[in-house]
Design a protein around this ligand. Structure first.
Ligand SMILES: [Zn+2]
Length: 149
């Protein structure tokens, strides 16, 4: 039965393979052909299951790596972000500038998503992630006046 990609799932499959080896040893390495075929089929199945569990575990590890990279990025930006109006902006010398980020996504998930102008509307900006809408007047593009960005 497939697991969830945990170390325990991998170990369970490997233990099963080990048990097959123990059965062969306990039989004194003397088995009739039918029994040998059965044990070999179990061993092959246990190895295949282990490979599948390892593959799932790799996926879990990669997802965590991605999350770590994202959290690191959020941490780097955290001290450099400032709320203004309904959006968050990067700052330079404490002054917000540039395109606004979605305040909902930043505050709830520490995700930096630029707001987009809604098609056929200059008054509404929309977040591509959470689909929240913002008034453009409350989330303007801020020129970096006199700043070297
Ligand atoms: Zn959002």
């Amino acid at each position: 039965m497939p697991g969830q990609g945990t170390v325990e799932d991998v170990l369970r499959s490997l233990n099963f393979a080990q048990d097959v080896g123990k059965q062969i040893r306990d039989a004194g390495y003397v088995l009739d052909k039918t029994e040998l075929k059965r044990l070999l089929a179990e061993l092959t199945s246990a190895v295949a299951s282990s490979k599948m569990e390892l593959s799932l575990l790799q996926g879990v590890c990669e997802a965590r790596d991605d999350e770590l990279i994202r959290l690191h990025e959020a941490l780097v930006y955290k001290g450099n972000l400032r709320r203004r109006g309904d959006g968050y902006y990067k700052t330079l010398d404490g002054r917000p500038y540039g395109q606004p980020y979605c305040s909902y996504c930043w505050e709830s998930k520490q995700q930096l998503l630029h707001l987009h102008s809604r098609i056929l509307s200059k008054d509404i900006r929309i977040c591509p992630g959470c689909k929240n809408e913002y008034q453009a007047i409350r989330t303007p593009y801020l020129e970096a006046d006199g700043m070297t960005v």
